[in-house]
Ligand binder design. Structure first.
Ligand code: AHR
Length: 662
């Protein structure tokens, strides 16, 4: 204990404040500025799972808008005289519907879309209906009436928004009209009537809120994108996850199909439609309406480094034991070219082929891509032998791009032990580790990275979450253990350069996997406690690690450390020390923080303490009670170089002190 602190401790004791024998003294060595914390340290992992994209972040409200689901009218009800045609204007989405006179003035022709678990609309907001249409019989004009309706109602009228559109060309043309619902409904439907006596063809039937994130027409749901922005994420990984790989190669995520005019992006299967039979969703497909351009744009708009992950030519290995299911190493050329072309799409001049595609979509400036992942959860020798030719080609053409390899689906064990040395041999820049593990694992991994090889690749903790044993859903204790584990990421920021919790989104009616970070229904969303853990780390990440010890040892929840985990950083921008402490135990713990090396003329002023705690470890925020467990900030003051306090049971606390000079 420093002289400075001894004096203060004596003072405190004499004042009866009590620093008893059990006090846990955390010493922060302020003069030993450690590793720089990477701007990418805390980020986001996005995958179209749990209706995260279509039916979620992607704000399109119409399901199967291009009639390309294998059951072409899935999501639609038709009435009267409607026929499906397949020679439409968009090569990769050839189907459309023809609406014809029903044969009697008192009969009706039209169709109705059920949306994703219904269509959510808000009273007074504007919704843009758009459609590609033509008059196949050459009439000069025909009409459709578009309504937002609530069919299961006792009210006088089903419709609470209604507009007419005149179709006036025999050539395919895009039409649009704004609808303004007079009531708020989370489960309405979209009804379209043929409103004249002729014949009209309709394709790419779409309904978006006008008020999307940043107002983009092919836009994102505002509350969900805002939640991403509010984290201040350093990196944004997309598009997954297992969907990168595909159940078979045909259904892998193929980025080239996701750019260009949205009407011509082909439909893809979504593996999460059938992965779990106990949560089976036969209407879950990827429209690719939110494709790679939209992902890059979102990364930019939320201030993150974009991190695309591409197929390495291995279809999902969980689902394919037949070696022929994968691309042979000698046939990887087109896959490797996809990676090179992606770099050109993101960074190339507008005069290049793919740079021009980006520019034509509205972003002539490069997206400044720095990282690329090759392969998701791959394993066995079949992975490194495929990764190697990708690396050679990317290194040759783009030595500036950092390449991320995989350590497989497990946090340890045979595949993990095999792949890490392979990644070192290949000189991957970062290695992606995944761990969905129970409480005991998180409690035992506080020192996971303390002894990692400092000369090898850096770590990307690319997918992780605490999956409570017998409680595989969101609850406070799981999030608390994530916070505890993250002190170890922070202490090892010299080697851990990125960490992204997963999965990100889940629709309350459409999930396949939980826990998740952000839950939503058709109108509302809720940020889980795990969200707030991520946000607290990202907002308080600091610029440099500073050593923090208790009895000269890092605080990792080790035996004798009473369930405490802790780490500390210096933030040069705000000139503050930030200490994170997690008490995972059921006991309150007296704490004293000693900022060793702070001089007498220096003052630790403007102290704040931010706490995340709950009296019920099984609880989480819900759509009905979204603020049940949120961070609470109070002011605190240090005395000299010391701060004494108590941390309650099951609590994540951040103590932040600005350093000023007297
Ligand atoms: O996050 C859900 C899934 O978990 C991801 O798709 C996959 O990479 C992992 O197995």
């Amino acid at each position: 204990m420093s002289k400075h602190r001894t004096f203060l401790a004596a003072l405190a004791l004499s004042a009866g404040l009590g620093m008893n024998a059990q006090t846990n003294e955390l010493v922060i060595q302020t003069k030993k500025l450690g590793a720089e914390i990477q701007p990418t340290m805390y980020g986001l992992f996005f995958e179209d799972i749990n209706y995260g994209a279509d039916g979620g972040l992607y704000a399109e409200l119409v399901k199967n808008r291009s009639f390309e689901f294998p059951q072409n009218l899935m999501g639609w009800k038709t009435f009267g005289h409607v026929t499906l045609k397949d020679d439409g204007p968009f090569e990769r989405n050839p189907h459309y519907v023809r609406l014809a006179y029903p044969g009697h003035d008192h009969k009706r022709t039209g169709l109705e879309n059920e949306g994703f678990f219904g269509i959510g609309v808000k009273a007074g907001e504007e919704y843009r209906f758009s459609v590609w249409a033509r008059l196949p019989e050459g009439a000069s004009s025909e009409k459709i009436r578009i309504e937002i309706v609530k069919p299961n109602t006792n009210a006088e009228r089903h419709a609470f928004a209604s507009e007419e559109l005149t179709i006036d060309s025999k050539e395919w043309k895009k039409y649009q009209v704004i609808l303004k619902p007079t009531q708020t409904e989370d489960k309405s439907t979209l009804r379209i009537f043929l409103a004249s006596k002729g014949t009209i063809d309709l394709e790419h039937v779409s309904l978006f809120p006008v008020d999307t994130w940043k107002g983009h027409e092919n836009g994102l749901r505002k509350d969900l994108a805002q939640a991403l922005y509010d984290i201040k994420p350093g990196v944004f990984r997309f598009p997954g996850g297992c969907i990168v790989e595909g159940t078979d190669l045909n259904t892998r995520y193929d980025w080239k199909k996701t750019v260009g005019p949205v009407e011509n992006r082909p439909l893809n299967e979504n593996r999460w439609h059938y992965t779990f039979q106990h949560r089976f969703f036969p209407d879950y497909y990827q429209s690719y309406g939110m494709g790679f351009y939209e992902f890059f744009l979102l990364s930019e708009e939320i201030g993150s480094e974009p991190l695309p992950v591409l197929s390495c030519g291995l279809a999902c290995q969980f689902q394919n034991s037949d070696p022929h299911a994968h691309v042979a190493v000698c046939d990887l050329d087109s896959y490797i070219q996809d990676a090179l072309d992606l770099i050109e799409f993101a960074n190339g001049a507008v005069t290049t082929k793919w740079g021009k595609v980006r520019a034509d979509m509205g972003h002539p400036a490069p997206f400044n891509l720095k990282f690329i992942g090759i392969g998701n959860e791959q394993w066995g020798s079949e992975y490194p032998e495929r990764l190697e030719p990708f690396m050679k080609a990317i290194r040759k053409a783009h030595p500036e791009i950092k390449i991320i390899g995989s350590s497989g689906p497990d946090s340890e064990g045979k595949q993990f032990e095999y792949l890490w040395p392979e990644m070192k041999r290949l000189k991957a820049d970062l290695v992606d580790e995944h761990f969905y593990r129970p409480e005991s694992w998180f409690l035992s991994q506080g020192a996971r990275y303390d002894n990692y090889d400092r000369k090898g690749p850096k770590v990307f903790a690319g997918e992780y979450a605490c999956h409570g044993k017998g409680k595989k859903w969101n609850h406070f204790n799981a999030s608390l253990l994530e916070a505890a584990f993250m002190t170890g990421l922070e202490r090892n920021a010299d080697i851990v350069h990125m960490a992204t919790y997963a999965p990100l989104f889940a629709h309350v009616e459409g999930w396949q996997w939980r826990p998740d970070m952000i839950w939503f229904d058709n109108l509302k969303s809720v940020r889980s406690v795990s969200y707030y853990v991520q946000q607290l780390y990202a907002h308080n990440k600091g610029t440099n690690v500073v050593p923090l010890t208790m009895n000269n040892k890092p605080v990792t929840g080790a035996e004798g450390q009473k369930g405490l985990f802790a780490s500390a950083v210096w933030d040069k921008d705000s000139q503050s020390y930030i200490v994170k402490v997690v008490n995972t135990s059921d006991e309150a713990q007296p704490l004293s923080l000693t900022f060793a090396g702070v001089k007498k003329k220096e003052v630790l002023s403007k102290g704040v303490c931010i706490k995340l705690q709950s009296t019920d470890p099984d609880k989480d925020n819900t759509l009905d009670n979204p603020q049940a467990i949120v961070p609470v900030q109070t002011e605190v003051s240090a005395m000299g170089n010391a701060f004494d306090t108590q941390i309650e049971p099951k609590t994540f606390a951040i103590y932040k002190f600005v350093k000023t000079t007297k």
